[in-house]
Structure formats: C-alpha cells, structure tokens
Design a protein around this ligand. Structure first.
Ligand code: GDP
Ligand code: IMO
Ligand code: MG
Length: 407
C-alpha cells in the first residue's frame, strides 16, 4: 500500500512542509520520523501562517492522524506550546499520537548543546541549540528516557532525578551552571502527566493502518546533506533525514515505500557552518535572501544562499531512491536577469554552471504549466535532465494553492 516519503534534498528549509500539507489531502496519517524542534516547517493557508516544529504538517486537515514516530526527539515544553497555539487557532490536536519509543529532550541537553558549541570555537557547527545532538547521543549511549516512561510517574521521576544529577556533573565540569534538580523533576512530572494520553505504540498503529490500505505520508525534517551519515559531517544534524531514516524512524519496512519525493528549492540555502560549493557572497546572494525571505523560522538566522547544485541533487536522488522532485520557490527567481545551475564540478571542486536567461515575469499567480514562461519551463526541464527524475510539483508561492502540477 502506498507510503509516501517527503525528504529534503538540500540542507533544509526547502519547503517540505508546504508540499506535505499539499499531499496530506490524500493521505490518512502524517508521520514525523526524525529530528525534533530544530525543524521549522511553515504552512500558509490563505492569510494564516503556521510555523510547526514538532507537530506533523498534516495537522491542518481534520481527517489526518498526526503521528510523532519513534525516531523523533521530543521537547515537551515546545510540543505543548505548539499544541496550545494550534488549538487556540481552532486546529485540533486531539488525534496526535507520540511513539512510546521517541526519546525526550531535557534542559541538560540544551545546556550541553551550548557548551559543546562554545567549546568548538571557530569550528562550531552552528546548531539550533535545541539539545538535539546531546539527546541523540544519550539515545545511542542507551541512557536516554523515552516517552513511554511517563506512564509510570514514580519511576519516571526517579529516572529524571538520576539523569539530572549525572548531567549536572558534566555541565559544571565544562564550566556551565548546574540545573536545579528538584525544579526539573517537578517540571517533568507535570509535563509527563500531560504527555501520557498521547503516548501510543505507533508501530502497531501504523501497521494497522497499512493493513486497512490507508495511505501514509512520512515527513522528513532537516535534509539529505544534514544527515549524520551522508551529509557534510561534522556539519550535520544527529539523525538520518534520508529516506532510510523514514523506515527506521517509523517502524515501516522499506518494501512499503512507493513514492519518495525530494524537495529542492530552485536555488540553494544553508543555515549554520559547513561546505556550500555554489554559495554566493555577492549582491545576488543578498537578493536571494531578501526576495526568498531566507531567515530561519526557528532561530531567525540569515540563511546562506547560492545557486542550485545538481551535482548534489543527483547524489540526493541516489541516497534516497527519489522517485520525483518538487521544485519550490521558483517565483523567487522572477526578477533575475540570468539564472545559474551547477551541473558539474571542476577537478578542484569549483562549480561549473549552465547559464539560463531569466524569464523576468511574475509567476506567483501561475497554476498551470501553460501559464509558466518558456524560460522558466526550460529551467525545470534542465533540472529533470540533470537529476534524472521527474519534477512533479513546482512551487510558485508560499500559499497552499501556489503550485503547478508539472508532470
Ligand atoms: P521546510 O523546513 O522545508 O518545511 O521549509 P521552511 O518552512 O523552513 O521554509 C520554506 C519557506 O518558504 C517558508 O516560509 C514557506 O512558506 C516558503 N515557501 C514554500 N514554498 C514556496 C514557494 O514555492 N515560493 C515561495 N515564495 N515561498 C515558498
Ligand atoms: P527543517 O526541518 C535547516 C542545521 C543547523 C546546523 C545543523 C545542526 O526546517 O528543514 P542541530 O540543531 O540539528 O544539531 O543543528 O543543522 N539544521 C537545519 N537547517 N533546516 C532545518 O530543519 C534544520 N535543522 C537543523 O542550522 O547547521
Ligand atoms: Mg525549515
């Protein structure tokens, strides 16, 4: 039965949430499979803008069951703030399920994230400081606490205390300020009690849905080149956003995946440190930031901008078994006299560009292939040719309806 995966094909913020919102209309469940509140997923419907960090981007549809899978690391204060904000805007989260195996983020993870970053000096990763790396480290160390543990409040409180004391030792050794253990235990007793009704065996739930021939949509956060195995290590996140991670992070085996959609902007952006071969350090880069509103949804940081890199896109196709692409933010290029696309690197790693004439037309209201200027269509065809997979969706604006079904 159909399982669709949406995965970032670049360094994040490709417009995954907008595509997920679009595809969610024809799916029953939308499942986050990795990452945590380092994600900032924006959905725009009419004049309403929703910025999601943990709640799956299908939540706006009453028919969708939003699921936080076992591969996610969950920050409870953020989760509940998000639920409260959504419900105050009449978006119900009552159907939300959180995997009992999802690991929890605690204040010590955030403290350590900041201390590790400070310790790296000029080599800092530029993390979101949300505690993601330290939380996944505890998971790998087999000391992390999982969502299911809140179902036994006494044992959970005792475990939180042990963890708080243990991590305080490391925090103070690194020159940080120790956390108030009693206060954290109390805070998490309350948060745990609130989480309990959402906790579920999501593997069972998702397989029951598959047995009913329901259509599932697996929502990636971050992106291929932030993958801890396949990205630009060490300038990566601490999970596996690539499509294989969707299987591990949900408990759905690879044979179920039928449609794997890679999301790429018509140009490139990156937040934080690390290699970026097609980065622009000139006024064209500034223009992309300005027109594309390239500031992080989570941290507000200015995103680094550059031209689309098809060498990386080809690699993303391979790493994820992409069946198709969604090419987003094409409208951002409307006023560029020429548009460059990197098609190869020189022997010493410099990008080689195909240069296309700009279309110099506002495409933000275009919803049909015929409505797109021929020069914009030429760019889309070049991307398909370079990537070796078809483009199916073209983004022409932030709003839900601003897209073209390309092929
Ligand atoms: P995600 O993390 O991949 O879900 O992407 P973000 O939400 O962090 O960033 C994408 C930004 O671009 C958001 O502000 C979206 O509303 C916006 N966006 C998405 N698709 C398009 C598009 O086709 N055109 C324009 N102009 N904006 C878009
Ligand atoms: P979405 O889902 C863009 C980047 C951070 C940093 C690196 C590691 O909105 O696309 P972390 O806090 O995860 O340890 O930071 O990864 N990063 C993102 N960049 N979009 C994201 O999420 C990101 N999540 C993390 O900037 O470079
Ligand atoms: Mg984002």
């Amino acid at each position: 039965m159909p399982v669709t995966v949406v995965v970032g094909a670049q360094w994040g913020d490709e417009g995954k949430a907008k595509v997920i919102d679009l595809l969610a209309a024809e799916h029953t469940h939308v499942v986050r499979y990795q990452g945590g509140h380092n994600a900032g997923h924006t959905v725009v419907v009419g004049s309403e803008r929703y910025a999601l960090q943990l709640v799956p981007s299908g939540v706006l549809y009453p028919h969708v069951v939003p699921v936080i899978g076992n591969g996610v690391v969950v920050d409870l204060p953020t989760l509940f703030k998000e639920i409260d904000t959504l419900e105050s805007r009449d978006i119900s989260c009552v159907k939300l399920k959180v995997s009992s195996h999802a690991h929890l983020i605690f204040p010590w993870h955030q403290a350590l994230d900041a201390l590790y970053e400070a310790g790296r000096g000029d080599e800092r990763i530029g993390t979101t400081l949300k505690g993601i790396g330290p939380a996944y480290a505890d998971k790998a160390r087999r000391t992390g606490l999982r969502a299911g543990e809140v179902l036994d409040p006494t044992a959970f409180a005792a475990a939180v205390r042990v963890q708080a004391i243990g991590h305080n030792a490391e925090i103070t050794a690194l020159g940080g300020e120790s956390l108030d253990v009693d206060a954290v235990v109390q805070q998490f007793a309350e948060l745990g009690a609130r989480l309990a009704p959402y906790v579920a065996d999501t593997v069972e739930l998702l397989h029951a849905a598959l047995d009913r021939d329901d259509a599932l949509l697996l929502e990636g956060a971050q992106a291929t080149f932030l993958d801890v195995d396949h990205g630009t290590y060490p300038y990566v996140t601490s999970s596996n956003p690539t499509a294989g991670g969707a299987c591990v992070g949900t408990g759905i085996g690879p044979r179920y995946l039928t449609r794997i959609v890679g999301i790429t902007k018509a140009y490139s952006t990156r937040v934080g440190s690390g290699p970026f071969p097609t980065e622009l350090h000139d006024e064209l880069g500034d223009k992309l930031v300005e027109i594309g509103h390239e500031f992080g949804t989570v941290t507000g940081r200015r995103r680094r901008c550059g031209w689309l890199d098809c060498v990386m896109l080809r690699k993303a196709v391979r790493l994820n078994s992409l069946t198709e692409l969604a090419l987003t933010k094409l409208d951002v290029l409307d006023t560029f006299d020429e548009v460059k696309v990197c098609t190869a690197y020189t022997a010493d790693g410099q990008p080689v560009y195909a240069v296309l004439p700009g279309w110099l037309t506002d495409i933000s209201a275009v919803t049909t292939v015929d409505g797109l200027p021929e020069k914009a269509r030429a760019l889309i065809r070049l991307v398909e040719q370079e990537a070796g997979v078809p483009v199916r969706i073209v983004g022409t604006g932030a709003e839900r309806a601003s897209f073209v079904s390309w092929s």
